[in-house]
Write a protein that binds this ligand. Structure first.
Ligand code: PEP
Ligand code: MG
Length: 890
């Protein structure tokens, strides 16, 4: 059968978003199930493409079909476009396949002209309404179709109000509007060089042209690029007869949700306004009434609305967000779509719908967005707040907090001990500041990215953090920061939202987190479905306990350097680094050994046989020493005040060593296994701690199978040496304790070379764990400490990169290294265990990628574990669905 370019809403062949756009498909569907939808028709996306193919011209075929459909619409409504006695008025709206909110254009009240406005005035006995509608039309038409700057009309109206002393538009009379209309026509004439067209047919076709054109306006093109929407899809155009909610006290308009969108409770929820149009609800000039009042005011309409909303929910199998209008007591449905909801509501609705038999557990799991889950685990800012943000940075760790600004970690600790809420603000943080991060409510840094020290530490602790807030200028000396002209002093109160990266002055109300039974139930379903383990990155016995509470299957990365950072250990670590002789260094290591051993014992006991991946020391050693600038200041001060003191000598010694260890590119310098190669005694101490702990815990009858991980390997020979070291230490302790250990030795794949030579690397590895933080840094050549603050945001905003690759795995580049790394590794060792421990392990699209690539597990910060469990289930379900689809095609 020949395909049409235009379909009436009740045409039996009209079907699907691809043909009708989202809005058109929706209106058609509602019409089909017998709902009261104002009648109309949809011009298809194919007609849009036809328009562009013909060099931006509406072809005669399309024109004929539009004219014929218009006739059907006129017959159906009994009104005619341009008929002064009984005029038809229509809305013209764009509607693409994928929702592109606000990107394209809409014109309402089309069909108004100098004659029909009189007809409407008579018919409605409401001249004020009629002339107001006409001027709205001229303004929209001028803006959308003729490209007149809308603010010129607004300005004109404002001048008019001021001149006559009116406070708001409702005070204007019909005569006032008539006067305005004349000046609106003048504006249109001057700006567009065109007389406002009186012929409604001409109005209609010009508007259709304009809507097609808006598919390629700058906004829309940029939006499509950002959201991967192909340009060849085109937009549909919906022409629908107007209904009016502003025709008196038996008319009105409103929005309703079929369930409560903030709690998920099953109840009709929403608001409405009597004698108003949709715009009035949005504009917020009048306060709408809660929908329950409608039951009293218009009981029949309410009843019909309640039944309709039930019908729609059942039909679409999801909570609906409905727009309706009541004209003279008659209910009309204008729109329905899946309703946006809070995380709490999303979880409750999904679980309830399974209980009500509306959907399966699998479906329910797909209904909750893992990105939303963070809301359930952290404080968040009340979405109703009206405060203007002061500045924003990178959303490094979710959660919201209010507290006084403090610039020094020691002071944070002091004030927190007094029970004060404090926010630590620093240019960046180092391990030296860790106690400040622990004691604060949140951390803000002006430098550093999503994988910077502050970000990683804060995420691990589930504390809010904003990084890379470069617009904020800190003066540490004078203890204040500025953003533009605003000065914020130490002690001033700020509120930060780690989920959005926004910072506000003063206090904003918060909503507390909730890990409800319903949510736990959903996660149990997720674990049953998921075919991919979710482990966690945890570095201390406390973290491990927390992570197990969140349902982690084990530890995917224990960054042992974090065990060195506790305030009572840093001095021993510094002694170890600053040691001038081997004996001195050995002594310092001997002090650290029992502390590390005890940590491992506690972790092994807590894990009760679950896997644990332990990474040997990774960061450059200078990170454990004090900051060079601060030392310099200190040394200078002591040279002036206490030139003979021991303290000065000690500080000078530290400064000398800091300078010795200084590197231009520390992230590409002496770190990772390179440390182990040059200072095997450090790794030896760590290995001894691991195996001695293992020995003791095994004696208690608890299983332990550590996975020992060597970081930053770039050639198999590094791994060979380090692996041997591990085996030697293990053997020594096995002999001493008369035990046999089961353990794995493997490596991180975080340099491109390791990924490219993974077949060789696998010769010495029992497992691979992809460290995609460093792998991203080295694949792009983007510094993970600086790139996000300096240029990545610009890249993302301008569509050079679709997403921040430190948050969402770059599948095209870094992902290729992961895939080929797995394949090469398995070509040497088919049973090679594989996982990921970069930050991407907690992000949903990266998790899908990891699952598809065949990894055995993902690992992420403890607070991201619940979301990752859900994402792992979704990844499994999506793959199953794909397989089924492929089978059906065969
Ligand atoms: C990585 O590089 O991905 C990783 C997990 O290690 P880190 O972030 O500690 O460098
Ligand atoms: Mg790394």
């Amino acid at each position: 059968m020949e395909k049409n370019f235009v379909y009436m809403f009740d045409h039996p062949e009209a079907k699907g978003k691809e043909m009708l756009g989202g809005k058109g498909a929706n209106l058609t569907e509602m019409t089909r199930i017998g709902l009261p939808v104002p009648y109309g028709f949809t011009i298809t996306t194919a007609a849009c493409n036809d328009y562009y193919d013909a060099g931006k011209k509406i072809s005669p075929e399309v024109e004929n079909e539009v004219t014929a459909s218009l006739k059907t619409l006129e017959e159906n409504t009994g009104k005619r476009l341009g008929d002064p006695r009984n005029p038809l008025l229509v809305s013209v709206r764009s509607g693409a396949v994928h929702s592109m909110p606000g990107m394209m254009d809409t014109v309402l009240n089309l069909g108004m002209n100098d004659e029909t406005v009189k007809g409407i005035a008579e018919l409605t006995e409401n001249p004020r309404f009629s002339y107001d509608s006409y001027r709205r039309f001229i303004q929209m038409f001028g803006d959308v179709v003729l490209g007149v700057d809308s603010s010129l009309y607004e300005k004109r109206l404002e001048d008019f109000r001021n001149h006559y002393g009116y406070k708001s538009d409702v005070e204007l009379t019909a005569e006032d509007w008539i006067e305005i209309i004349e000046t609106y026509k003048d504006i249109t004439q001057t700006e567009a060089g065109l007389t406002f067209p009186q012929n409604p047919k001409e109005q209609l076709f010009l508007t259709i042209n304009a809507v097609f054109d808006s598919w390629n306006n700058k906004r829309a093109v940029t939006y499509r690029k950002l959201h991967d929407i192909p340009g060849h899809l085109g937009t549909a155009v919906n022409i629908q007869s107007m209904v009016f909610g502003n025709m008196g006290d038996h008319s009105g308009t409103g929005v309703a949700f079929t369930r409560n969108p903030s709690t998920g409770e099953s109840e009709l929820y929403g608001e409405y306004l009597i004698n108003a149009q949709g715009e009035d609800v949005v504009a917020g000039i009048r306060t709408p009434q809660p929908i329950v009042d409608l039951a009293k005011e218009m009981p029949e309409v309410y009843q019909q609305l309640a039944e309709t909303s039930q019908l729609l929910e059942n039909h679409y199998g999801d909570m609906q967000d409905i727009e309706f209008t009541v004209e003279h007591g008659n209910l009309f449905m204008l729109q329905t779509r899946n309703g946006k909801r809070t995380a709490q509501a999303a979880v409750r609705i999904a679980v309830d719908m399974v209980k009500e038999g509306i959907m399966s557990e699998q479906e329910a799991l797909l209904r909750v967005d893992p990105d939303q889950i963070d809301q359930l685990l952290h404080n968040h800012i009340d979405p109703e707040h009206k405060q203007q943000k002061l500045v924003s940075g990178l959303p490094a760790s979710p959660g919201a907090a209010t507290g006084q600004v403090v610039f020094d970690a020691d002071e944070v600790e002091l004030l927190a001990n007094e029970g004060k809420d404090v926010i630590l603000v620093r240019p960046e943080t180092t391990p030296e500041d860790i106690h400040g991060i622990v004691a604060s409510k949140a951390t803000v840094t002006t430098r550093g990215g999503m994988t910077s020290h502050a970000a990683v530490v804060a995420r691990g602790m589930g504390k809010a953090c904003i990084c890379g807030c470069e617009a904020m200028k800190i003066d540490l000396e004078a203890e204040y920061f500025t953003v533009g002209d605003t000065v914020v002093n130490k002690g001033d109160i700020i509120t930060i939202d780690g989920a959005s990266g926004e910072i506000f002055l003063g206090e904003i109300p918060m909503i507390a987190p909730e890990l409800s039974d319903i949510f736990q139930l959903l996660l149990t379903w997720a674990d049953e479905e998921a075919d991919l383990d979710v482990r966690t990155n945890a570095d201390t016995p406390e973290d491990v306990r927390k992570a197990l509470e969140f349902g982690a299957a084990g530890i995917g990365l224990c960054r042992t350097e974090h065990m060195f950072m506790a305030p009572d250990r840093i001095p021993a670590v510094q002694k170890m680094i600053l040691a001038e002789t081997d004996e001195e260094r050995q002594k310092a290591l001997e002090r650290l050994l029992p502390m590390q051993q005890q940590d491992f014992e506690r972790m092994f006991e807590t894990l009760q046989g679950r896997p644990i991946n332990i990474r040997l020391l990774d960061p450059p050693l200078h990170e454990f020493l004090p900051n060079k600038e601060e030392l310099l200041v200190e040394v200078t001060r002591l040279q002036l005040t206490a030139p003979e003191s021991e303290e000065l000598k000690e500080k000078e010694n530290i400064l000398r060593n800091v300078r010795l260890l200084e590197e231009s590119n520390p992230m590409l310098g002496l770190r990772g296994c390179r440390l182990g190669m040059l200072h095997p005694e450090i790794y030896e101490m760590q290995l001894t701690a691991i195996f001695q702990a293992m020995s003791g815990v095994m004696r208690k009858g608890i299983d332990v199978t550590p996975e020992i991980m060597i970081p930053l390997v770039s050639t198999v020979d590094e791994l060979k040496v380090m692996r041997q070291l591990a085996i030697d230490v293990a053997q020594k302790i096995e002999e001493k304790s008369h035990q046999t250990f089961t353990y794995l030795v493997g490596t991180m794949i975080e340099t491109p070379r390791a990924a490219l030579t993974a077949n060789r690397v696998a010769e010495e590895a029992d497992f691979f764990s992809f460290g995609t933080n460093d792998l991203t840094q080295m694949t792009f050549g983007f510094s993970r400490d600086d790139a996000e603050g300096k240029f990545l945001q610009h890249y993302v905003e301008h569509g050079i990169l679709p997403k921040n690759p430190f948050m969402t795995l770059d599948q095209e580049g870094v992902g290729k290294l992961v895939e080929s790394g797995i394949a090469l590794g398995k070509s040497t060792k088919p049973g090679l265990k594989t996982g990921i421990c970069g930050e991407h392990g907690g992000e949903k699209s990266s998790i899908q990628f990891c699952y598809d690539a065949g990894l055995d597990y993902v690992s992420c910060s403890p607070f991201r574990v619940p979301a990752a469990r859900l994402a792992a289930a979704q990844a499994t379900i999506h793959k199953q669905k794909q397989k089924k689809k492929a089978l059906m095609h065969h």
